[in-house]
Design a protein around this ligand. Structure first.
Ligand SMILES: [Cu+2]
Length: 125
């Protein structure tokens, strides 16, 4: 029993330490002491029902823009040749990936496809 607990603790330490090697996502290390909600927070797609979904169609986002209210979630599902990169680095989804983000502040959040440069936006009211 003690042995199991120790192994679990080591596994946890391992998981935390391994993330500092660099090359990860640029906004992953923002875990400050103040618990104010992130302006754009990554959420687990499996645990939310997205309020809007943005995919790609050819060389454009579909739809190119969505409008949500503060606190709602947008799911991004770019095709395998496209990604989603926030213009100011607040969120990103890799090529062909799936990402869900909760937008906690009003504003317009532009994003683009890194390889192709086409653009989209999330308008938070
Ligand atoms: Cu693209």
């Amino acid at each position: 029993m003690k042995r199991l607990a120790l192994g679990f603790a080591l596994a946890l330490m391992c998981a935390c330490g391994g993330d500092d090697g660099g090359g990860g996502s640029p906004d992953a290390a923002t875990s400050g002491p103040d618990a104010a909600p992130l302006e754009v927070a990554s959420v687990d797609c499996g645990s939310v029902t997205p309020d809007q979904t943005i995919t790609t169609s050819g060389f454009m986002y579909s739809p190119m823009s969505v409008t949500i209210t503060t606190g709602q979630v947008v799911m991004f599902t770019p095709a395998s040749s496209h990604d989603v990169a926030s213009d100011d680095g607040k969120f990103s989804v890799p090529l062909g990936g799936t990402g869900c983000f909760r937008f906690n502040q009003a504003g317009t959040y532009g994003f683009h496809c890194t390889p192709h440069g086409f653009t989209g936006s999330v308008v938070v009211q």
